[in-house]
Design a protein around this ligand. Sequence first.
Ligand SMILES: *[C@@H]1O[C@H](CO)[C@@H](O)[C@H](O)[C@H]1NC(C)=O
Ligand SMILES: *[C@@H]1O[C@H](CO)[C@@H](O)[C@H](O)[C@H]1NC(C)=O
Ligand SMILES: *[C@@H]1O[C@H](CO)[C@@H](O)[C@H](O)[C@H]1NC(C)=O
Ligand SMILES: *[C@@H]1O[C@H](CO)[C@@H](O)[C@H](O)[C@H]1NC(C)=O
Ligand SMILES: *[C@@H]1O[C@H](CO)[C@@H](O)[C@H](O)[C@H]1NC(C)=O
Length: 252
Amino acid sequence: MFSSSIGCFVFCSLISGSHLYPLSARVRTNTFKEFKSVSVKVQLSDVGAEAGASTASSVVSCAIECISRESTCYSFLYDSTTKTCTLGSFLVLSENLGDSMRGTFYYVPGTFCDNTQVNFTVRSSVTFSSCLWISNDSLSYQNATEKCRALGASMYTIRVKEKLDILTDAAQEYPAGLYPWIGLDDIQQENVFRWSDDNSILNVSWTIWQQDQPNNDGNQDCVYYSSSHQLINDWDCNDSFNYVCEMIPSFT
Ligand SMILES: *[C@@H]1O[C@H](CO)[C@@H](O)[C@H](O)[C@H]1NC(C)=O
Ligand SMILES: *[C@@H]1O[C@H](CO)[C@@H](O)[C@H](O)[C@H]1NC(C)=O
Ligand SMILES: *[C@@H]1O[C@H](CO)[C@@H](O)[C@H](O)[C@H]1NC(C)=O
Ligand SMILES: *[C@@H]1O[C@H](CO)[C@@H](O)[C@H](O)[C@H]1NC(C)=O
Ligand SMILES: *[C@@H]1O[C@H](CO)[C@@H](O)[C@H](O)[C@H]1NC(C)=O
């Protein structure tokens, strides 16, 4: 096992972010950065056989687990309440997770949300974070969907209200307003709106549509976010809008 000096080693790197040198060839050293000081919902999947959830007495122990057990571990989730340590090589920010995946996310800088051709950035509401990119060009819904896919991403979804808040927040950087496509449409079946990432049906209990929307006026099957209403609206899929892609970061 590891001595407390290694514990301090990792702990100090967590705190200071100072440059560190390997103690030995077998022990990887990494500085882990806290993703956000509030809890972030994350799902760690596609982890190696040795990884997965375990119990760790502290965030330091969890960091040690990450760098010592799993060569592809660049992130971990630590829940200090349940002392659950989940190692990950692949992160999916998810809206549909239960309490079991709550905790604080730590990652090696340079491996999360910034390893892509365009500038995906982490945007956060008070309690939720997402890795996204708001395009500067305008495309049809179909073309925007393909563009997001080509970037290894998918169109932005708003299954939780926090994701709406994130766009509203981002809109402040757009004085002329922000009206981007999101990944929601009723192309398959009229008036059954589905999220384009997994085809699941829109099911929210809070206000997401603008007043009197969706109205399918003249056949509107696609959906954009309106910063002037801070809500969504259906529109002609063939019109051109900016669009929001959401990243599923990978650590390959
Ligand atoms: C990404 O951001 C960097 C630094 O802000 C900038 O130089 C670069 O042009 C941006 N790339 C794209 C594709 O927007
Ligand atoms: C985005 O588009 C606006 C207006 O078309 C332009 O002024 C701005 O330079 C563009 N920004 C980037 C990063 O391409
Ligand atoms: C969509 O993509 C096709 C094929 O690249 C192109 O011909 C068309 O002009 C695009 N339309 C819009 C609105 O982006
Ligand atoms: C919608 O979500 C609620 C819980 O938020 C759930 O009880 C209900 O079964 C869901 N409906 C559908 C059609 O998925
Ligand atoms: C939109 O474009 C598609 C082809 O991409 C076409 O099949 C459809 O009829 C168009 N819809 C409208 C409302 O123009």
